[in-house]
Write a protein that binds this ligand. Structure first.
Ligand code: SAM
Ligand code: DTB
Ligand code: SF4
Length: 346
């Protein structure tokens, strides 16, 4: 008969948070996160639910809509990305979108029930001449009453400050993977470059949105390494997108074997346990998941999604299907009245 080993909860607790200096012990050692991955699935989910319910309404999910404001032709070589100019994905390069089109898309997202509007550009980093245009976008989208998020690549300190001055609420810049796996996916910028950008964003007082991608062929230890990097940022990000690789034809990762879906759910649960107050976003890859798997992700503590038919270049579930899923699960969109009272949601 198989015996089930119970790991004492105390051995899985993080060390207390401390002030940042370079030589302090990590709050979440990779080993403690690996131990969470080793828990029986249902025990892990139970712990994640407990943490989630301590801090959030478990039936509420935040809706962000994405818009690609500058698509394709990117100089970077991120192996997963259809927008890299080295990818043979058929994504055509376009110029920075006119302000009026961005406002129109933001208004449509708001009308559909989104509360945050995220604008993404296929850039290594914005050029100084782009800053005026992107800061105008932040101001105008904010004026519609939406929270704003941008992801434009690497930032210098002054660029982060300019975005803050325009009213940007969140900046998305992902660590993508554990440092040791990262180098096999991206060569044109370093892990440290990413940490530097996150430092500038934090210093400017913009909320940090930082997560990564799983299912790129990394090991479980490397998945734990990504979560450790995120959870040990001090403070940890306000928002953590967990992307499941969308294996796009023409990219170097096109033929990567899909990740075990339960391993994806485990990653969500562990992000929730290690970063109790963050918004954990069930991000790319949702189109490839069935509804039961998405429900498991919500049960594991995901409380934010990308909402709208398109991510940047790949598809996302249709908004109408999401509305139906919310009704079936009794979920409500953050900032909306409960579904049962209104008969509809975000
Ligand atoms: N160019 C900017 C940058 O790289 O920071 C912003 C846009 S970039 C597309 C934003 C994030 O999307 C990446 O860091 C990566 O985590 C995610 N992403 C891109 N392609 C993906 C794919 N095929 N599957 C899952 N996530 C993806
Ligand atoms: C994030 O972590 N995921 C989003 C957002 N941040 C910008 C992007 C997902 C992109 C998926 C591939 C595509 O549609 O091109
Ligand atoms: Fe460019 Fe961003 Fe895609 Fe990398 S992830 S190739 S930086 S758009």
């Amino acid at each position: 008969m198989t015996t089930i080993t119970l790991i004492p909860v105390s051995s899985l607790r993080p060390a207390p948070a401390r002030t940042v200096t370079s030589d302090i012990p990590q709050r979440w050692p990779v080993e403690a996160i690996e131990a969470l991955y080793e828990l029986p699935f249902l025990d892990l989910l139970y712990r994640a639910q407990q943490v989630h319910r301590e801090h959030f309404n478990a039936n509420e999910v935040q809706l962000s809509t994405l818009l690609s404001i500058k698509t394709g032709g990117c100089s970077e070589d991120c192996g997963y990305c259809p927008q890299a100019s080295t990818a043979e994905s058929g994504v055509e390069a376009s110029k920075l979108m006119p302000l009026a089109d961005v406002i129109e898309a933001a208004q449509a997202a708001k009308d559909q029930g989104a509360t945050r509007f995220c604008m993404g550009a296929a850039w290594r980093s914005p050029k100084d001449r782009d800053m005026e245009r992107v800061t105008d976008m932040v101001r105008e989208v904010r004026a519609l009453g939406l929270e704003t998020c941008m992801t434009l690549g690497m930032l210098e300190a002054e660029q982060a400050q300019a975005l803050k001055d325009a009213g940007l609420d969140y900046y998305n810049h992902n660590l993508d993977s554990a440092p040791e796996f990262y180098e096999s996916i991206i060569t044109t910028r370093t892990y440290q470059d990413r940490l530097d950008t996150l430092g500038h964003v934090r210093a400017a007082g913009i909320n940090v949105c930082c997560g990564g991608i799983v299912g790129m062929g990394e090991s479980r230890r490397e998945r734990a390494g990504l979560v450790a990097q995120l959870a040990n940022l001090n403070p940890y990000p306000e928002s953590v997108p967990i992307n499941n690789l969308v294996a796009v034809e023409g990219t170097p990762l096109a033929n990567t074997a899909p990740l075990d879906p339960f391993e994806f759910v485990r990653t969500i649960a562990i992000a929730r346990i290690t970063m109790p107050l963050t918004m954990v976003r069930l991000s790319a890859g949702r189109e490839q998941m069935d509804e039961a798997l998405q429900a498991l992700c919500f049960a594991a503590g995901a409380n934010s999604i990308f909402y709208g038919d398109k991510l940047l270049t790949t598809s996302n579930p249709q908004a109408e299907l999401d509305r139906q899923l919310f009704v079936r699960l009794g979920l409500k969109a953050q900032g909306e009245r409960p579904v049962a009272q209104t008969g509809q949601c975000g």
